[in-house]
Design a protein around this ligand. Structure first.
Ligand code: FE
Length: 252
């Protein structure tokens, strides 16, 4: 496959390139890429050299793009690869929905904490050690028998990373983003979640400033359970609002 393509993935690298000395020369949909030093004024007509690469890379197109971007940013001194490694390790090993599950379990057993959480979730989760690096505001919305909450980012993929980790692929997908608003019950049905007909469904649209976490209803039959036991019932999806908290028999 050859020829010119209008690939929006160029933009960031090309902008960096026009400001300095390195730019991407080609991003092809077959997943090949290469760098070259260029004259900053060159390439503005978007004529890129395209080469066939017999020595295929095992990396996906996205991985190649990420790697390319990281290389450029590192060379320009905007980022430090050690810091990036630490961040990736944190998201792989420490940050994930188990943090959110702890928050929910605490809210279920501690009315004072639940009140704080619903009042100012950023502040409440910070007390448990979960702090957003993005500087956004976390808002907790509580499910009740009358109201069920569901979270979406219609624009892109805003998500409360500090408590849920990285968003699942479906959360970022166009069908979820549009259908969550137009047909929330249909989306819930896809997740095998059915609610009474008179339960109101509220859909919250996340932004860069405001991100949401759902406080699911505590399942019946969990009286006397410890926070650790209760946290086992809180799935990631239940904190996005596409599922309910698991029933106790599921973990026993
Ligand atoms: Fe977003």
């Amino acid at each position: 496959m050859r020829g010119e393509r209008g690939n929006p993935g160029h933009t960031a690298l090309d902008m960096l390139g026009s400001a300095g000395k390195i730019t991407s020369s080609a991003f092809l949909h077959d997943g090949t890429t290469r760098f070259q030093k260029v004259n900053p004024m060159a390439g503005q007509d978007h004529k890129h050299e395209h080469h066939d690469h017999e020595h295929g890379s095992e990396l996906s197109e996205t991985q190649l793009r990420v790697r390319a971007l990281e290389t450029v940013l590192t060379e320009k001194g905007y980022i430090d690869s050690e810091t990036i490694d630490q961040l990736i390790e944190a998201y792989e090993t420490q940050i994930g929905p188990h943090n959110g599950a702890r928050v929910i379990a605490r809210a279920w057993v501690d009315p004072g904490f639940k009140k704080d959480l619903l009042q100012d979730a950023s502040k409440a989760v910070a007390k448990l050690g979960y702090v957003s690096r993005v500087g956004d505001h976390l808002i907790a919305v509580e499910n009740t028998p009358r109201v069920h909450n569901m979270i979406v980012c219609t624009l892109c993929s805003c998500y409360p990373w500090e408590v849920l980790g990285l968003p699942p692929v479906w959360y970022k997908s166009a069908p979820y983003r549009s259908r969550a608003v137009k047909d929330p019950r249909g989306v819930l049905a896809d997740f095998e979640t059915s609610l009474p007909a008179d339960t109101e469904i509220r859909v919250w649209d996340s932004t860069a400033e405001a991100r949401y976490i759902v406080v699911p209803m505590r399942p019946e039959g969990t009286e006397g359970w410890s926070e650790e036991q209760l946290a086992q019932l809180v799935s990631r999806d239940s904190m996005i609002g596409t599922r309910l908290a698991d029933r106790p028999e599921k973990t026993q």
